[in-house]
Design a protein. Structure first.
Length: 385
């Protein structure tokens, strides 16, 4: 069997959310890998604003290297990309591009052998625990409570919310031109910290003591602020505080971890095994949040998961993309929680025919071969950039 063609597309998918009239547009990529046997595999990533760049990397750089290779020899195929483009392998666009190609190869391999990709990855389980990331950073407290209450009524059991308010969003060009304005935490006041605490308290009260709750800082906090917020949130029995400090700095993460009882999670935006190794071996966090759509696909994720297991460190998903990460956590022995970010969850429903959905804190995988995701016939042309 040989690869005959590879095509990546950049997509803009509009998603409606509760309490908002205008849709949010999620940027993502699909790649199709065709073979001379008639079997095709689909890969996916969601790199945000550089999704067009990631597609260009696949189409203009990877395609000629991939065509003619045996797609079943995944390590050999990925190694050929790493060797050919070694200088670029730590960059964001390269990591996103190679992630979607690797995912597509594993999808193809599952279809060839007639088994789910999760089985090829180890087949540890057929359902995985999940959590729902809900709301928006700019939601009012009342909107947060209404949204999470609706999700509780639907039977969901674990929830993640944003802390940091406007600090957890990318700054505008005008803001970046202000003196010192390149920092997301510019203008931090005591009121902002207290507001975060009040919002978490309101959500905890709404969901009750028996439901899981996490918070996500999106890398928006300097150490001092992250420390104060974490310590103020300790009474709310959080599962974790995700990406609490600027740049996922290993030293800052470790110092924060030593000063709070709230477990620290990070790693979703890290695109290399070496960077994950640094964080894991330095014990900079409590939970390793690898994401197959960012870290190099399933092939690299397997190495990271085994490294974490050797250090008795739990793994989980951060950074969304549930329909591809669920196969990984169902496959490996130390699989953990999978994130169903509301926006990415709905992107999956827009792109694929009846993808698995969370029920009562878990998602069950199907017996369909490969990833079991059928691309909607009109999706690519409908959302193509």
């Amino acid at each position: 069997m040989k690869i005959t063609n590879v095509e990546a597309v950049a997509l803009d998918v509009p998603i409606m959310v509760r309490h908002r009239k205008d849709p949010f547009v999620r940027q993502c990529n699909l790649v199709r890998i065709d073979t001379d046997s008639g079997i095709s595999g689909y890969g996916y990533t969601s790199p945000g604003e550089w999704h067009s760049t990631a597609a260009k990397v696949v189409n203009d750089m990877f395609r000629d290297v991939l065509i003619g290779q045996n797609p079943c020899k995944i390590n050999s195929v990925i190694s050929s990309l790493s060797t050919r483009f070694n200088r670029h392998r730590a960059t964001g666009a390269w990591a996103s591009a190679v992630s979607m190609v690797d995912i597509g190869l594993w999808d193809l391999l599952g279809k060839l052998y007639g088994v789910p990709t999760s089985v090829l990855l180890g087949g540890a389980r057929t359902e995985v625990p999940v959590y729902i990331t809900f709301g928006l950073a700019e939601y009012s407290t009342e909107e947060l409570v209404d949204t999470v209450s609706h999700l509780v009524d639907e039977g969901h059991t674990r929830f993640k919310m944003i802390v940091g308010g406007l600090r957890s969003r990318p700054i505008t060009r005008e803001e970046s031109l202000r003196p010192g304005g390149s920092h997301w935490f510019q203008g931090f006041t005591e009121d902002l910290l207290l507001n975060d605490v009040k919002r978490v308290a309101a959500v905890r009260e709404a969901i009750g003591p028996d439901k899981g709750l996490m918070v996500d800082g999106n890398g928006a906090f300097p150490l001092g602020e992250a420390k104060r917020l974490a310590q103020n949130l300790e009474p709310f029995n959080l599962i974790w505080f995700e990406e609490p400090v600027l740049g996922n700095d290993p030293d800052l993460l470790q110092r924060l971890r030593d000063q709070t009882t709230v477990p620290i999670a990070a790693g979703q935006n890290i695109g290399s095994l070496a960077a994950h190794r640094t964080l894991i071996e330095s014990k900079s966090y409590d939970i390793c949040q690898l994401n197959v759509t960012h870290c190099g696909g399933y092939s690299e994720a397997l190495k990271i998961a085994h490294l974490a297991e050797a250090h008795n460190m739990p793994i989980a998903t951060g950074g969304a993309q549930p329909h591809h990460n669920m196969h990984f956590h169902a496959g490996v022995q130390n699989g953990g929680l999978v994130e169903f970010h509301w926006l990415s969850w709905k992107v999956g429903e827009a792109l694929f025919v009846d993808p698995p959905a969370p029920r009562n804190g878990f998602v069950s995988l199907t017996d369909e071969p490969g990833l079991g995701l059928e691309v909607r016939p009109d999706a690519i042309e409908k959302f193509r950039v």
